[in-house]
Design a protein around this ligand. Structure first.
Ligand code: SF4
Ligand code: SF4
Length: 305
């Protein structure tokens, strides 16, 4: 086990030791344990993009409805990168908790699968890739640590089905990590790019409508086959969203833009703005005319008195 120590708040439930895949933990959770459901009764679960795809499919609703009913937003960093957590009821319990346990168990989020370990993604200064390490979370109410079961982090991840989730969410974590580490050198993201990040990361069904829109098709040079895949496949669309965000945030140009598309769009926008300006002037002049007419009419009435 690594002896690296971290400076954590005094009362943090996180054991300040970095764990690697082959390190062992002593833990078991089962239905007959005295603390059954206590972790879900005070749930603080951050969601990643693939979590939402699995949960909305399980519930048979689209991502927009899922976000409205089951999520609350928060800001991941000082630049306002948006994140999503599971919404709890007024007592702090997860809405998916039942007496029998988790009602979405097969599709439960990554954070629930990891517990009581946690993922620690780090990117060393000057390194292109992130490193993954793990932490142990020990909370007083969780009696799983008293159980007589020794297991490696690698086996625990396998047992909980974490690997697929981590693999599919990896680029999302990388974007957040890179955004945090480049921060002020690239500058604060625009409001529009933050909205795009939210839609591409969490609201996959709305993102699909955006990708299929005329404006998008005019801008990006994708083949019909590529559009067909994005129209049908949530996971492929999510991956495409990560590529688009790398393009928007860091200028990594992987998606081909149509020649002259930006200039054409700027020209169209200029025309729209000019049209709006003219319409506003016409409306203003109409109101002025009406006001003048009303003033003349009222003056005529007084004169007649
Ligand atoms: S999703 Fe399931 S495992 Fe996760 S907090 Fe809710 S009830 Fe518990
Ligand atoms: S052992 Fe820990 S993870 Fe399992 S039910 Fe109890 S509090 Fe939750």
């Amino acid at each position: 086990m690594s002896d690296e120590q971290f400076d954590l708040p005094h009362n943090s439930p996180v054991q300040p030791t970095r764990l690697e895949l082959e390190d062992k933990i002593k833990f078991r959770c089962h239905k007959d344990i005295s603390c059954w459901n206590q972790c879900c009764a005070r749930a603080d679960v951050t969601l990643a993009p693939y979590d939402i795809i699995r949960l909305k499919k399980h519930l048979g609703i689209d991502s927009t409805e899922f976000l409205a009913k089951y999520s609350v937003p928060f800001e991941i960093d000082a630049h306002g990168i948006p994140g999503i957590k599971l919404r709890t009821d007024d007592s702090g319990a997860c809405q998916f908790m039942t007496d029998q346990g988790c009602s979405v168990y097969e599709d439960r989020p990554t954070a629930c699968r990891y517990y009581p370990s946690g993922l620690l993604s780090m990117r060393a200064l000057g390194e292109a890739d992130d490193e993954q390490h793990f932490l142990l979370i020990k909370e007083d109410h969780c009696k799983g640590h008293d159980e007589d079961n020794i297991i490696t982090i690698a086996d625990y991840r396998k047992e909980q089905g974490v690997e697929e989730f981590d693999e599919l969410n990896r680029d999302y974590y990388r974007i957040i990590l890179k955004k945090k580490s480049t921060g002020p050198t690239i500058g604060a993201p625009s409001e529009m790019s933050l909205q795009l990040f939210f839609m591409a990361s969490y609201d996959v069904d709305r993102f699909r409508r955006f990708v299929m829109s005329d404006a998008f098709v005019k801008m990006y040079d994708l083949t019909d086959e590529e559009y067909e895949v994005l129209e049908k496949d949530d996971v492929e669309l999510m991956k495409f969203g990560f590529i688009l965000m790398k393009q928007v945030f860091f200028g990594e140009m992987e998606i081909k833009e149509r020649e002259g598309a930006w200039e054409k769009r700027a020209e169209e926008r200029r025309e729209i703005l000019e049209y709006r300006k003219q319409a506003e002037i016409a409306e203003y002049e109409k109101k002025q005319e009406e006001a003048r007419k009303a003033a003349i009419d009222s003056g005529t009435e007084h004169a007649e008195d």
